[in-house]
Design a protein around this ligand. Sequence first.
Ligand SMILES: [Zn+2]
Length: 88
Amino acid sequence: MCSSIPRTLISVKIVFSDTPPYFLDLDAPTLGAEEFTANGVTHWRTWCGYCDEWHQHGPGEGHRIAHCIKETPYSETGYNLALQAGDT
Ligand SMILES: [Zn+2]
């Protein structure tokens, strides 16, 4: 019996936090994020090489809807954020 499964039909999500929507989507790329604080509010941002700008998100590792300002490879899949070590 043929056991091959079309990869494109599989969506894998790994829940690793009790706080929604913090899950990883293995179909989506993972981008490094850095934390910053503006007006006392903590944000995470990730550099998008397609939009050539920072995309800002709420803090927390996991999957995000792409904040791309144009159609990019991230638009369909979104991306996962993973906190990178900061400068300090
Ligand atoms: Zn973008």
